[in-house]
Design a protein around this ligand. Structure first.
Ligand code: PGA
Length: 255
């Protein structure tokens, strides 16, 4: 049976804003052709291009997401971008808890949970990133780390099912040691983690819709292997999603 996949393209800060607009316009027709009943595609450009890229793909099936958001509602928070702005612009998704933003901005699991809460208040789907460092993997602590990252989110969900029932929750498992390294986890490791995640979230199945994604060095070569891992419903892709031909191969493999 064919599986449906959600594929998120995280543009990070690879392109400047002019290049981002060019990338979107040059590949516009091809991006549209990639969307069909089997694939959902979400592009996450930088903040500066978010509104324009959203305009470019308005009234198409390509979805647009932000790469991060502020925990705060509004006020004296220089350099921050509010979730309310996303809501007013019609941006439907936001990545939170990416290891690069956790690292750069010293974000705690509680900060991420506050962002989660803010997003669902405004009806925006969180793309929640979780994942362990190499040392944590080596010392067998992966599931403890993921539990610590997820616990505050589960607490918020317990009190907010009414806000979540029209949203899909996207959870991206991204081992930090796999991001940008060209290395991906082996089959047993992935199956174990995704079955654990699936078990954790399926208890809430009648209350939320969830999708489990893998991220970290996904490319046109390894996607064949990754698409066959049980309970992986999609991917969060950085570097290789900025090469349109490679991205197309990733999306189309198996269709
Ligand atoms: P990568 O990044 O595909 O370049 O490894 C993935 C991510 O950080 O989301």
């Amino acid at each position: 049976m064919k599986k449906n996949f959600t594929i998120i393209s995280n543009w990070k800060m690879y392109l400047d804003t002019i290049e981002e607009l060019k990338f979107a316009t040059i590949n516009y027709d091809n991006f549209i052709k990639l969307t069909n009943s089997e694939n959902k595609i979400i592009l996450c450009p930088s903040f500066l291009s978010l509104s324009s890229i959203n305009q470019i793909f308005k009234s198409t099936d390509i979805c647009i997401g932000a790469q991060n958001c502020s925990t705060h509602l509004n006020g004296n928070f220089t350099g921050q971008i509010s979730v309310e702005s996303f809501n007013k612009l019609g941006i439907k998704y936001s990545i939170i808890g990416h290891s690069e933003t956790r690292r750069e901005f010293n974000e705690s699991n509680i900060d991420i949970a506050n962002k989660f809460s803010r997003l669902i208040d405004f009806g925006i789907t969180p793309i929640l990133c979780i994942g362990e460092e190499l040392e944590e993997k080596k010392s067998g602590k992966t599931l403890d780390v993921l539990t610590k990252q997820l616990d505050p989110i589960f607490k918020i969900m317990e009190n907010s099912y009414n806000k979540l029932n029209h949203l899909e929750l996207l959870i991206a498992y991204e081992p930090i040691w796999a991001i940008g390294s060209g290395i991906i986890p082996d089959q047993d490791y992935l199956e174990n983690i995704f079955s654990w995640l699936h078990k954790n979230f399926s208890g809430l199945r009648n209350k939320i819709v969830f999708t489990l994604l893998y991220g970290g060095s996904v490319n046109a070569e390894n996607v064949k292997f990754l698409k066959n891992i049980k309970n992986i419903d999609g991917f969060l892709i950085g570097k290789s999603s900025l090469d349109f031909q490679e991205f197309e191969k990733i999306v189309k493999y198996g269709i």
